[in-house]
Design a protein. Structure first.
Length: 180
């Protein structure tokens, strides 16, 4: 959120906002971005149940392989999760290619875990991946910021995040991935 406001660090933001040179408009924008980011965090935490997290941890422990599926700029969130799971010595792959996603029945097997990450589930291949993974006996975890999507019906565990437009971005949309 701080970088989205145009600052390199929290310290830089504090100095510039406290100085007399800080414009009222800039202060308002920073406060708006921080408020929206805070709201996303609080509402996401309110949505997540501890029992769901514990179930996912158990799925991760028991999984032979873990596949993390995402599309578009959400793939960066998937890469971050992949890195952390690799640090825990998990056998994990990230799949962001739509053709591979639609053929998950070739990859996912029983005792595997498929984690699907999506802000709004606007990519049909994600639901295909979930359905085909379930058909193969894999566990499916979905982290999405939109309820009642086709992904939810295939999920063994569904985590609902809260996301809202924070800073306009005409290339990749303005929806935040903070909740993911």
């Amino acid at each position: 959120a701080i970088r989205k406001c145009g600052y390199a660090s929290l310290a830089e933001m504090r100095v510039k906002l406290s100085s007399a040179a800080a414009s009222e408009k800039q202060s308002h924008l920073v406060n708006e971005i921080l408020a929206k980011s805070y709201t996303e965090c609080v509402r996401t935490i309110e949505n997540i149940q501890t029992s769901s997290i514990l179930k996912i941890v158990e799925y991760i422990r028991q999984a032979n392989r873990i596949f993390i599926i995402s599309s578009g700029s959400t793939a960066l969130v998937a890469q971050e999760l992949e890195f952390h799971l690799q640090c825990q010595r998990c056998s994990v792959w990230t799949i962001s290619d739509s053709r591979m996603q639609s053929q998950m029945d070739r990859f996912a097997k029983e005792n595997d875990l498929v984690i699907i990450i999506s802000v709004a589930n606007s990519t049909p291949e994600l639901a295909m991946a979930a359905e085909r993974s379930k058909q193969q006996g894999a566990k499916v975890v979905v982290c999405c910021c939109k309820p009642n999507t086709p992904l939810e019906q295939f999920a063994d565990v569904f985590l609902l995040g809260y996301s809202q437009p924070i800073v306009p971005n005409h290339i990749y949309g303005s929806t935040s991935r903070l909740a993911l």
